[in-house]
Design a protein. Structure first.
Ligand SMILES: Cc1ncc(COP(=O)(O)O)c(C=O)c1O
Length: 391
């Protein structure tokens, strides 16, 4: 018999999986081109040409030992390239030793939490949140403490965070640009957060989950969290910025300003090993060392964001235009977001209820989907708008 805890967690975390199954059923019934699946954040753009070229070139590399185990934190060459990039963007002197290559951002978060948490330690999670955070924290004996963001701006509220701090608070997870809201945290918010965390009686680390950092629109840039947050541990990946989510490559970057820096760096390499990751994929580390400055064509996402925003607003939805990432988080026109999502499915439109992100009354849709699907979905959105009296 499987664990009772896992049985409970699987039941609670099944919303996106349910949408996936619903999508398969609807596609079989109506045909794939009549179903508008906005539920899953799986980037549909191919990786940039230089990344694909590096794949080719490196696969022909005849040197022996390229597929062997290595230091748990990864190849020094790749870690140096990442450290140089972090130093340049933050203005801090980040050393290669502070970088650990990981199995995606998910691996980076799990390794960092493993290194930090004792059983019962608390980790503040900002709602709406990426639902996996709760499992990641519980994986390592931690207790998630949910703090709601501002309901209008979706920015973290430093006063609410201050009120949630206890002597057991070990870390805060932030994600900017944010999944699901698409907001980018401005510098003044980061500074206010830092002040609150530094006022705690113990060190509170910030796990800065940044897989959407390179995906920003209207010429905006994501402020550098490492530069503005003192005890910052960057957890990042190339899943979204290089469209490589299936290749599982990311990293942890520890700020030189972190309390207990040397032990933390050692612990992270150790935890990468004992969690069973051992080290991040060797081949992908070599690809990254060659293509660190590459990025998918963000304009393609921006065009989709613009068109999707037009479609949603024409259908009468109350929605903020995302500044980065690839999600919209509109207000549901009725209080029960699950009921609204079920009504959307009747129009073959698949989205995820805000409840799944700890933020009822809203819903999420992903616009990293083909342009023609966005276009074909427009009449269905209009019908939904009419059904709920929005137009
Ligand atoms: C906010 C957030 N964090 C982490 C992840 C995990 O990313 P990775 O594929 O790099 O593990 C995702 C993936 O969707 C995400 O949206």
């Amino acid at each position: 018999m499987i664990s009772r805890k896992i049985t409970q967690n699987m039941a609670a975390g099944s919303m996106i999986r349910k949408m996936f199954e619903e999508g398969a059923r609807l596609k079989a019934q109506f045909g794939a081109d009549k179903v508008y699946d906005f539920s899953i954040g799986n980037p549909d753009l191919e990786p940039p040409a230089e990344v694909l070229a590096a794949f080719q070139e490196l696969s022909a590399d005849p040197r022996p030992g390229l597929h062997a185990y290595m230091s748990n934190a990864g190849y020094l060459e790749t870690r140096q390239v990442v450290a140089d990039k972090l130093s340049l963007s933050s203005g801090l002197a980040v050393k290669a030793e502070a970088v650990c290559m990981t199995v995606g951002a998910a691996g980076a978060l799990n390794v960092s939490l493993k290194a930090l948490l004792d059983p019962g330690d608390e980790v503040i999670v900002l709602a709406p949140y990426f639902v996996e955070y709760l499992s990641y924290i519980q994986n390592h004996g931690g207790v998630p403490v949910i703090v709601h963001c501002n309901e209008t701006t979706f920015f973290p509220d430093p006063e609410r965070i201050a009120a949630a701090l206890t002597p057991r608070t070990k870390a805060l997870i932030i994600n900017s640009p944010n999944n699901p809201t698409g907001v980018i945290y401005p510098i003044d918010v980061l500074k206010a957060l830092d002040k609150v965390l530094l006022s705690a009686s113990q060190t509170v680390y910030v796990l800065s989950d940044e897989p959407y950092a390179g995906l920003t629109f209207d010429g905006q840039k994501t402020p550098d969290n490492l530069a503005h947050l003192t005890n910052c541990i960057v957890c990042n990946s190339w899943s979204k910025s290089l469209s490589l989510p299936g290749e599982r490559i990311g990293y942890i970057g520890v700020s030189p300003r972190c309390e207990d820096y040397s032990n933390l760096v050692q612990a992270i390499g150790y935890c990468n090993r004992v969690l069973g990751f051992v080290n991040a994929p060797a081949f992908l580390q070599r690809v990254i060392a060659k293509t660190i400055d590459a990025r998918v064509d963000v304009n393609r996402y921006e065009t989709r964001r613009n068109r999707m925003h037009e479609i949603l607003t024409s259908a009468g939805f109350d929605v903020r235009r995302p500044d980065g990432g690839f999600y919209f988080f509109p207000k549901a026109p009725i209080a029960d977001d699950s009921e609204f999502v079920a009504a959307c499915a009747k129009h073959n439109v698949l989205v995820v209820p805000g409840k799944g992100f700890g933020f009822p009354g809203f819903f999420r849709l992903c616009f990293a989907v083909p342009d023609d699907m966005i276009e074909r979905s427009a009449p269905a959105w209009l019908e939904i708008g009419k059904e709920f009296g929005l137009v």
